[in-house]
Structure formats: C-alpha cells, structure tokens
Design a protein around this ligand. Structure first.
Ligand SMILES: C=C(O[C@@H]1C=C(C(=O)O)C=C[C@H]1O)C(=O)O
Length: 285
C-alpha cells in the first residue's frame, strides 16, 4: 500500500492529523508531505500528492478531478483568528488602493476579492507576494496573511494598523460559515486505492474526534513548545474553528463558489460537491 498525503503545514489543520497513527501509516508506505496550501494545491494538480488538505478554492478549480472526504474540513462560523487583512486605512477607504496577497493562499485571497468587489463594490489593485508583513506593508496600503504568518503578525500588532478577520467579514455579510480547507482525493485514487483511502479516512476522523474529546489540550501543549501563545489563546483559537463538513458548511462554501463564478474568478460554476462514500461496515477503528 502507498499513499502520498498532503498535510497543510499550518497549526489550523493539526486537529485532523495530531492523533493519526503515523507509525502505522508509515509501515504501510504512506508518506506525509507538509507544505503551505498554495504548494499543496499545485502538487495535487500535478498528481504529486494523492490526497490531502488543500484550499477549498482549489477544489472548485479542479472539481472534475477531485472528490472530497465528507466529514472533514477547516471551517469557521465567525472570526477565525488566523486570516487577516492588515490595513493602513479603514476597510471602507480601500477603494482603488493596493493590496498585497500572500502567495500561500488560494481560498482567502479570493474571499477578500469577493468581499471587496461584491459587498463593498470596490476596485482594488492586487499583487501576490511572499508572506512578509513588514515588506508587504512597506510597499502596499494593506496586506492579507493566512495561517501561522497571520497569527505571528497579530502578536506584534501595531496600534495604527487596522485588522480585519476574513471569517468574521464573510459571516457579517452572509450569515454563513466559510470553509477554508477541504480534504480532497484525486479521482483515480478513489478508484485504485480503496483500502488505503479507508484507512486514512478512519485515521483523520479518529484524530478529529480525539482532538475534540480532549478539548485540544495535549495538542496545544505540544504547540506551545514550538510556538508562542498560551493555553487560553490556543484553546480559543481551536474552539473557534470547526472541522465538520456538514450541510451548513457545504452551503456556505457553495455560496462562496457562486460569488467567485459571478465575479469571474472561476471559469465554471460549482453546482454540487462530489463527496466520497466510504464502505460503511469498515468504519470502525
Ligand atoms: C484557517 C485557515 O485556512 C487556511 C486557508 C487556506 C487558503 O486561504 O487557501 C487554505 C487552507 C487553510 O488551512 C488559515 O490559514 O488560517
């Protein structure tokens, strides 16, 4: 058995991977490929990765080639805490301004474009840049960062910089949750690696359940060794995210896709989400 698994190298997705039995999966010749979302999106489309966390926007662009694991995502119903627009002026004054977008994102950069074009009716000049808060703000009016880059930037917060959480903005305008990452599988893998996929799906679901059951505590203790931030900060962060992909999250995501299509960010509409159907009787760990 072999399977190449893309693992987003940000803290936000850790609950889906922390309790995975890596030794068992490595014995089965499964490999883990840790990269930022934009790199994983590209690796997946080049068939260098079989299955893994990718930007939800990347699924829309490859909807005919990918299938989604049905109960897993990185979503939020309000503020996320790791997706921020940092701006020198209030958001209401960003019309015709210049914004730097992090090169590691696909979903959130389009979410910002949707919010500013559709809800504010602004025309903005965007450029994609390496995620570097100081460099970006030295050259642009505002910058968008995601993941651990965004978290770190909030820790060195400057008083004169306005800060907007993209999850919160989306919720304010739509009343819907937003899904940032999905777990996608290349369609040929669905056909050819049934057992491998079932094993991985079980492990990811197990990790999600254990993370929730333990209230993220063992995982947070580990994170605190590698990053700054205290227990209340990380508890609040993980409790603000949801790892399900139920009807509500799917509805939010389809609305986002619809706006992306209307605004020309997607060439084709996404009418339905193609969800993988595991073999039910094998779903016990
Ligand atoms: C919640 C987050 O979602 C991430 C945002 C992504 C994107 O913008 O493309 C992709 C994967 C997610 O891990 C985050 O980075 O903070």
């Amino acid at each position: 058995m072999t399977l190449r698994i893309g693992e987003i190298s940000y803290t936000n997705i850790l609950p889906l991977f922390y309790f995975v039995d890596r030794d068992k999966l490595k014995e089965e010749q499964f490999t883990f490929i840790p990269q930022v979302p934009a790199q994983l999106n590209a690796a997946m489309s080049k068939a260098e990765v079989d299955v893994g966390g990718i930007s939800s926007f990347a699924y829309a662009k490859n909807q005919h080639d990918y299938t989604l694991l049905p109960d897993l995502s990185v979503s939020s119903y309000h503020a996320v805490g790791s997706l921020f627009l940092f701006s020198k002026v209030p958001i209401e004054q960003l019309n015709e301004k210049r914004i730097a977008l992090t090169s590691s994102s696909a979903t959130t950069i389009h979410l910002l474009k949707v919010i500013l074009a559709h809800f504010y009716q602004f025309k903005v000049h965007y450029e994609v840049e390496e995620p570097n808060y100081d460099k970006m703000l030295a050259q642009f009016d505002a910058c968008l960062l995601i993941g651990d880059d965004a978290i770190k930037a909030t820790w060195c917060k400057e008083p004169n910089i306005y800060q907007y959480d993209l999850g919160e903005l989306w919720y304010q305008f739509t009343g819907l949750p937003m899904t940032f990452a999905v777990i996608a599988v290349r369609n040929e893998i669905v056909e050819t690696k049934v057992k491998e996929l079932e094993l991985l799906n079980r492990e990811l679901l197990f990790s999600k359940e254990m993370s929730i059951q333990t209230q993220f505590q063992p995982m947070i203790r580990q994170i605190m060794k590698d990053h700054a931030g205290d227990l209340p900060f990380w508890s609040n962060y993980f409790n603000g995210l949801t790892y399900d992909f139920s009807e509500a999250e799917q509805k939010g995501l389809l609305s986002f896709y619809d706006l992306c299509y209307q605004l020309g960010y997607l060439n084709e509409p996404v009418e339905t989400l193609k969800l993988w159907q595991p073999v039910k009787d094998k779903l016990t760990k």
